[in-house]
Design a binder for this molecule. Structure first.
Ligand SMILES: NC(=O)c1ccc[n+]([C@@H]2O[C@H](COP(=O)([O-])OP(=O)(O)OC[C@H]3O[C@@H](n4cnc5c(N)ncnc54)[C@H](OP(=O)(O)O)[C@@H]3O)[C@@H](O)[C@H]2O)c1
Ligand SMILES: *[C@@H]1O[C@H](CO)[C@@H](O)[C@H](O)[C@H]1NC(C)=O
Ligand SMILES: *[C@@H]1O[C@H](CO)[C@@H](O)[C@H](O)[C@H]1NC(C)=O
Ligand SMILES: *[C@@H]1O[C@H](CO)[C@@H](O)[C@H](O)[C@H]1NC(C)=O
Length: 364
């Protein structure tokens, strides 16, 4: 199930997923199942949807629609919390047009909640389980009171891990974890560790990446804005640079420290700036793919200073691993803000601002 694509074009990736979704649509049969008597399924639910590209937060509308019925391999989740990821509003902006999304569209893919109904072919999960799910991005549906999710993308949430903390994990936590695994990080204290730089350490991905890098024994330099220096220190960074200062722009202070790896989670940051900050050999791991990164990943393939791309993918084992770390208190979700379901537009706006510190959470 887990495919990590170090070098790939985003387009190939999206197309493959799109075809997979079409095949799935034609092969899954809807399966109605007798409800457990303890739970009366409401006939309708509230959901937030948008009906066109580029509407931003103002394009989100509340609707009353039927509660979905889980297909045979799906569970129906009563959503307790959801987290907003940049991908959610980038899709609204038309990042994957013209195929995705199909309007009207209920956005948001990272949800935590409780199972209230299961399809006939569901193997392990059962009614009453607390879970976290990473919904497929072309269907999403998380900004609603209920959502149906395939069992294959849903993981049980250990007792003691709150819905909000769990909902933050899927995209941001898996991206951080998979980027660190791509540079050979082990999380069992046997890893000798490297000097690594994490850019945008205050973001959703960055806040998980700093903590995970420390669990992997790395020496972590982090960049973030002045207002977040303390937050990033507190989650374990060894050194923090304000990205708006000359040192931050140079990615190193007067010591001239260089890095074995740079995990780039910013929305900018140029190869020309990163290259001088790399050790020889050294590598930039890029998690936000664009065309130029893809070209750079090919051009630097045989070079000692490389750029490689990691595209996050759902991995139940990885997600369980992250949940276990949260349960043990070794990893925390840094929460930027919590918004009631009635004010989902505020959450949307906050994520779109690009200035969240950690995860933006909506609570149902
Ligand atoms: N490849 C994949 O599979 C994958 C998966 C998930 C996400 N992504 C992409 O990765 C990017 C980051 O996602 P995210 O969820 O972490 O975003 P986010 O939470 O919205 O990141 C916001 C944070 O980034 C900081 N920041 C912005 N520019 C910075 C810079 N130049 N230097 C240092 N800090 C900077 C901001 O600090 P200030 O407010 O102080 O500016 C803010 O705290 C997005 O573009 C997203 O689409 C890719
Ligand atoms: C990390 O590196 C910095 C400077 O390179 C050094 O001062 C610091 O002691 C290191 N921290 C650890 C935990 O190795
Ligand atoms: C600057 O570099 C020195 C030596 O690596 C390190 O000890 C110090 O913590 C760094 N300062 C900042 C603000 O990063
Ligand atoms: C860092 O990531 C951003 C966002 O995708 C990208 O625009 C930039 O080119 C990346 N920098 C490098 C050196 O890969």
């Amino acid at each position: 199930m887990r495919t990590r694509l170090y070098v790939s074009t985003l387009i190939c990736f999206e197309l493959a997923l799109f075809f997979a979704s079409s095949i799935q649509k034609h092969t899954t049969r809807i399966c109605h199942r007798i409800m457990p008597t303890s739970w009366m399924k409401p006939s309708s639910m509230r959901a937030v949807q948008y009906s066109g590209y580029s509407g931003g937060a103002a394009g989100l509308k509340y609707v009353d629609i039927p509660v979905p019925s889980p297909k045979k391999d799906e569970v129906l989740i009563k959503v307790e919390a959801a987290s907003i990821n940049p991908a959610d509003w980038k899709i609204q902006k038309g990042m994957l047009r013209p195929f995705i999304p199909k309007f009207p569209f209920i956005p948001v893919t990272n949800v935590a909640g409780e199972i209230v109904e299961v399809g006939s072919a569901v193997q392990e999960l059962k009614v009453g389980d607390k879970v976290v799910s990473k919904l497929v991005f072309w269907k999403a549906g998380g900004l609603a009171e209920y959502v149906a999710a395939s069992e294959s993308i849903t993981v049980a949430r250990p007792a003691g891990v709150s819905a909000a903390d769990a909902a933050g994990l899927p995209i941001a936590g898996l991206t951080a974890l998979q980027a660190l695994k791509a540079i050979g990080t082990k999380f069992d204290a046997t890893c000798s560790g490297s000097n690594i730089l994490i850019t945008a350490a205050s973001g959703g991905i960055g806040t998980y990446a700093v903590q995970l890098a420390k669990l992997g024994n790395h020496n972590v330099t982090a960049t973030c804005g002045a207002r977040n220096l303390e937050v990033v220190m507190n989650i374990g960074a060894d050194e923090v640079l304000d990205y708006k200062t000359p040192e931050g722009a140079a990615l190193s202070n007067s010591s001239g420290k260089k890095y074995d790896y740079i995990v780039n989670t910013t929305t900018d940051g140029k190869w020309s700036a990163f290259k001088p900050a790399l050790n020889f050999p050294g590598r930039v791991v890029d998690i936000a793919t664009n065309f130029w990164n893809f070209v750079a990943s090919i051009l630097t393939f045989f070079s000692k200073k490389k750029l490689s791309i990691v595209i996050e993918s759902m991995g139940n084992e990885d997600l369980r691993f992250l949940l276990e770390l949260v349960k043990e208190g070794k990893l925390k979700t840094v929460v930027d803000s919590r918004h009631p379901f009635d004010r989902a537009a505020d959450a949307w706006e906050k994520s779109m601002s690009g200035h969240a510190t950690g995860k933006v959470i909506v609570e149902m």
